[in-house]
Design a protein around this ligand. Structure first.
Ligand SMILES: [Zn+2]
Ligand SMILES: [Zn+2]
Length: 317
């Protein structure tokens, strides 16, 4: 399967400010030696050599992930503001002709997971088909509420694509052709569900949003079959360790606890995800470095690859 991240931010879309771009440019130019900027090729090579937080950005769009299965089926995980860019991309293919089909899985309906829906152009095209999967039986009503006339000029029903709603039983597993998808209730205010996707012997686990804290870790064995042996886990790690302690019951985890869980269940690659909107790229780079330091403190975690989600990242499993 191919996984593409279109939105990795939590809670609120977070554009990069003009001041911050200026700061990045200043930092880059301060690092340059005369030979680095003597030709277009040398400038390109210099840019490639810069730290990620200087030359790029982890991204400001809220949660949206595209999964293309080995059989070519399209799965969309969450519909945050990143969904808009995915829609623009999809319009270049079958969805632009009203012949597209996708399965949409929603973890829950907090704004940062549904706010891209009114701006997703393929929904406006008659003939496109979407199956919405969620464990919330009133999902359609929740999406209607996002687009009532006092809040948005176009209702959800106005969107011309065919939309089907399939209610999942908690912990149910289902098959989309050869792809197995299981859901799991996650600890989060108002409820949320994680998804485990198994396709041609490879496994992706997506848990946004979730709060694994000191208390929940006592129940961690309940999550064994959900997390076990995943190739990639995209994990809500919005808080630093200190914040996670001071924000108990806020609904999000820290990188440290995600690393513990990933090591416990033999997960191969952990992607820190659902980034805090108050964190800029420098801070997120620190979060990653601290996470890797924590991982390195225990040799039992040596096989785990700790990485951080960034907008546009593509992973082939
Ligand atoms: Zn969220
Ligand atoms: Zn939430």
């Amino acid at each position: 399967m191919i996984i593409k991240l279109w939105g990795v931010r939590g809670s609120l879309p977070t554009p990069v400010s003009a001041d911050y771009i200026e700061k990045k440019l200043l930092k880059a130019l301060m690092l340059a030696r005369p030979g680095d900027i003597s030709s277009e090729e040398s400038i390109q090579s210099f840019i490639r050599s810069l730290p990620f937080s200087v030359k790029s950005t982890y991204g400001g769009n809220t949660t949206c992930i595209q999964v293309t299965t080995g059989g070519g089926d399209l799965i969309i995980l969450d519909c945050g503001s990143g969904l808009k860019q995915l829609g623009n991309q999809l319009m270049k293919g079958d969805f632009g002709k009203g012949k597209g089909f996708a399965s949409v899985f929603l973890t829950h309906t907090h704004w940062d997971h549904i706010q891209g829906i009114p701006f997703f152009v393929p929904f406006y095209i008659k003939g496109n088909r979407f199956n919405f999967y969620s464990a919330f039986p009133d999902l359609k009503k929740r999406l209607d509420l996002q687009q009532v006339a006092t809040h948005f000029p176009v209702t959800f029903d106005y969107l011309q694509a065919t939309k089907e709603f399939i209610t999942l039983e908690p912990e149910e597993e289902l098959y989309l052709n050869d792809t197995r998808i299981a859901n799991k209730v996650m600890p989060h205010p108002g409820g949320a569900y994680g998804f485990r996707i198994e396709d041609r012997g490879r496994t992706l686990v997506y848990t946004s949003d979730c709060e694994f804290n000191i208390n929940e870790i006592d129940n961690i064995d309940n999550y064994r079959s959900f997390f076990m042996d995943a190739d990639v886990a995209i994990f809500d790690t919005q808080y630093t360790f200190d914040e996670a302690i001071s924000k108990l019951e806020f609904g999000h985890s820290s990188a440290a606890i995600a690393i513990d869980i990933a090591s416990m269940f033999n997960i191969k690659r952990l992607l820190l995800f659902h980034h805090e909107p108050n964190y800029d790229d420098d801070k997120l780079q620190d979060v990653l470095l601290n996470a890797r330091t924590y991982q390195g403190m225990n040799p039992k975690r040596a096989s785990l690859n700790v990485d951080i989600a960034s907008e546009g990242m593509e992973i082939e499993l």
